[in-house]
Design a protein around this ligand. Structure first.
Ligand SMILES: [Fe+2]
Length: 306
């Protein structure tokens, strides 16, 4: 596949916008993400028996990833996907200026298009498959973005500020997926723990403030050294695996969530300079809580490890 020139105008105007979850009860899920993770409802689309969609944001005031909750009823590919996977992570989405220009580019490069450009709820969108087989959306706002509410300081459970940091995909082969996101979408690998580990990719046009970098896509493949991810690939195959939030103090957050009766799937454990635990949302989607990860710290850790 040809590699796109990073200087190209079209590429520079792309940014990772949201990760999306299918839920049978949007109101329940809104309550969970507001109460437990301190997210704020920014947009609600509801028409009885037609659609039920909500967008939430974390404590970051700009450029943060949003979380989309999609409820029933569903139609088209969404319905098919829901029947197959039940409540789950659905897709992730990039914002661009001109969806139709991207459509032409993708057609020329034989990217598998699932839904060609169309208008829906003030958004022009198209849906395609990445080489891992995952569903990805490209969209542009036809009206000024409805999610314009500025969220300066949202405090979640136990007075903690959470930052939505990355979404994680599990695939057969990291190299193929990396090549696609680098070549087609201009993302850059900023953390590289191969062989056996993960990579993190980021849009280089999005400013990194030095202590927190993101939003990111984490890519893990079937050769990874972690039991959890290896089992996931074996049981489910390529999938959007989890979404990850940063907090300053992982153990305090863990204790606070446990005291609220939230069930964790793992206890906090150290991974090099990281400290991580997982729990599930009401839909069964796994949420990762971790300390801020700095590419530089991880590089140093990796070098010391050799
Ligand atoms: Fe992760």
């Amino acid at each position: 596949m040809p590699v796109i020139n990073r200087e190209s105008e079209i590429i520079h105007k792309l940014y990772l916008h949201h990760v999306s979850i299918f839920t049978p009860d949007v109101e329940d899920s809104i309550a969970f993400y507001q109460k437990v993770l301190g997210m704020q409802l920014t947009t609600r689309f509801y028409q009885r028996s037609v659609f039920d969609i909500a967008f939430l944001r974390d404590g970051r005031s700009s450029n943060g990833l949003s979380l989309e909750l999609i409820g029933l009823p569903l139609s088209g590919w969404r319905e098919k996907f829901f029947r197959q996977h039940r409540p789950s992570l659905s897709h992730f989405s990039f914002v661009v200026d001109d969806v139709d220009a991207w459509y032409e580019r993708f057609q020329a490069q034989e990217v598998e298009i699932l839904i060609p450009p169309n208008d829906f709820l003030g958004i022009r969108e198209m849906i395609f498959r990445d080489p891992a087989g995952l569903i990805v959306r490209i969209m542009a706002f036809l009206q000024p973005e409805a999610t314009s509410l500025r969220v300066q300081d949202i405090i979640g459970s136990g007075g903690v500020t959470y930052y939505l940091h990355h979404l994680s995909i599990t695939c057969e082969d990291i190299n193929t997926v990396e090549q696609f996101y680098r070549g087609q979408l201009g993302l850059k690998t900023v953390i590289d723990r191969r062989p056996g580990g993960n990579i993190f990719m980021v849009d280089p046009a999005v400013a990194v403030d030095g202590s927190r970098c993101g939003p990111m896509i984490e890519v893990i493949d079937q050769t990874c050294w972690w039991d959890r991810e290896a089992a996931l690939f074996k049981n489910i195959g390529p999938c959007i695996d989890h979404i990850s939030f940063l907090v300053d103090d992982v153990d305090t957050v863990y204790n606070e969530l446990m005291s609220q009766g939230i069930e964790s799937t793992t206890e906090p454990v150290d991974y090099g300079p990281n400290r991580i635990f997982f729990f599930r949302d009401p839909n069964g989607v796994e949420i990762e809580i971790q300390r801020p990860i700095l590419p530089q710290l991880l590089t140093e850790w990796r070098q010391n490890e050799r």
